[in-house]
Ligand binder design. Structure first.
Ligand SMILES: Cc1cc2nc3c(=O)[nH]c(=O)nc-3n(C[C@H](O)[C@H](O)[C@H](O)COP(=O)(O)OP(=O)(O)OC[C@H]3O[C@@H](n4cnc5c(N)ncnc54)[C@H](O)[C@@H]3O)c2cc1C
Length: 362
């Protein structure tokens, strides 16, 4: 297991940062391309339920680095339908701290601190066709989704997969194998920058126009995602057909969001002195300080609710707002439907009414 003190992290900081984690043993490291590898994990006996996942979800890792604990999420490229072990696939980012460490230093036999699977980038129940737009490492959740959709549905699938060059293609031959096993159901279109030129909105529109009634799953780096979103907007695709996973790193733990983002408006005037938090079916009255996030209040009271990114994208800390009002500082994952049902991200929720009751799911 990693030694946090060697990376300048105190035992107490490490304990706090990893309170919602489990240790997972690395069973294998697979070199996928010159700049990407997969980590394959064994789930300890008795922890299978906690690590049950849906295709498209991700694991979050806590990594001690230069005196801080960094949180990084990596999508599962394995499918719960056909892969016996959990697998994530990590591509190096230039000067990236965790992605390079994983590619350079992690070996079979290591144990990593991992937050169990989370995420909302999952298959919906519809029968319509799916177009995947994957850029570079964005193939990882798409790989899991497309294997699962092939095995559990009759949906027709198309993958538009953008890479810099041929050697950067992750899962190239595995994708061909899946297409061969399911003739007529999966078509794969590679776009290589060095062969086809950089993708632009017009070319992406052209790729999407054949399938306007289907679902679109988008995953990849920022610039790629912006282009695909612009192409789908130009085609007037309704938002309930568009599913997005953004690959970002959260802010470092010692960097705070600007405080005006949190306060903006007079929240202290209506802040409650305590809130009710229901966790594991038990009700707790928790002290609350004005402008504090619900998750922080619960943790300060000694509770251990689930959380991971603390940035509003991972959905680990989701809970139902059963009473009262909160204001969310950021929300990069809850859909309008989930908001309508009363779900909130507790890491981003500031209380703005006198009585607040939050219920974590069992
Ligand atoms: C839900 C989700 C799923 C994801 N799935 C995958 C996946 O399957 N595969 C995958 O490869 N990635 C995935 N990612 C992205 C991944 O989590 C990381 O963001 C990525 O690996 C980069 O992390 P890093 O620590 O290597 O880079 P960072 O250290 O975060 O660096 C990122 C950029 O910031 C710059 N930087 C360097 N040092 C600093 C510093 N001190 N402060 C600020 N910036 C700095 C770097 O130059 C670099 O350009 C996913 C992200 C999310 C949110």
């Amino acid at each position: 297991m990693l030694d946090p003190t060697q990376a300048g992290v105190s035992e107490q900081d490490w304990r706090e940062a990893t309170s919602s984690c489990e240790l997972l043993g690395v069973a294998d490291v697979v070199r996928e391309t010159h700049d990407a590898c997969s980590l394959v994990f064994d789930v300890p006996d008795g922890r299978e339920e906690r690590f049950r996942y849906r295709a498209g979800q991700f694991l979050s890792f806590k990594v001690p680095h230069a005196g801080k604990v960094l949180t990084r999420s990596y999508s599962l490229s394995s499918s719960p339908e056909c892969d016996p072990r959990l697998k994530v696939t990590v591509k190096r980012i230039e000067d990236g701290r965790v992605s390079n460490w994983i590619n350079d230093a992690v070996e079979p036999g290591d144990a990593l601190s991992v937050v169990p699977p989370a995420g909302l980038f999952v298959l919906n129940e519809k029968a319509r066709p799916i177009t995947f737009f994957a850029g570079g490492s964005g193939i990882t959740p798409c790989m899991s989704l497309l294997k699962t959709a092939l095995l559990t549905t009759d949906r027709r699938l198309r993958l538009i997969y953008a890479n810099r060059d041929e050697r950067s293609i992750i899962f190239g031959s595995e994708l061909e194998t899946w297409a061969g096993r399911h003739p007529g159901r999966l078509s794969i279109h590679h776009s290589l920058d060095d062969r086809d030129g950089l993708l632009d909105v017009k070319r992406l529109e052209h790729q999407a126009v054949d399938c306007l009634e289907g679902d679109f799953y988008l995953c990849g780096p920022g610039v790629f995602m912006d282009l695909v979103e612009r192409a789908l907007a130009a085609l007037h695709i309704p938002s309930d057909q568009i599913h997005i996973e953004r690959f970002v790193s959260p802010l470092d733990p010692d960097v705070d969001r600007a405080s005006e983002e949190i306060t903006g408006g007079d929240v202290s005037a209506v802040a409650p002195e305590s809130i009710t938090v229901v966790l594991d079916g038990r009700e707790h009255e928790v002290e609350y300080e004005a402008e504090e996030r619900v998750l922080s209040a619960a943790r300060r009271a000694g509770l251990a609710p689930p959380f991971s990114c603390e940035e509003g994208y991972c959905s680990c800390c989701m809970a139902k707002l059963a009473e009262g009002k909160v204001r969310m500082v950021a929300n990069d994952c809850l859909t309008p439907d989930l908001l309508e049902e009363g779900w909130i991200l507790t890491c981003q929720s500031v209380c703005v009414s006198r009585n607040v009751r939050v219920e974590y799911p069992d």
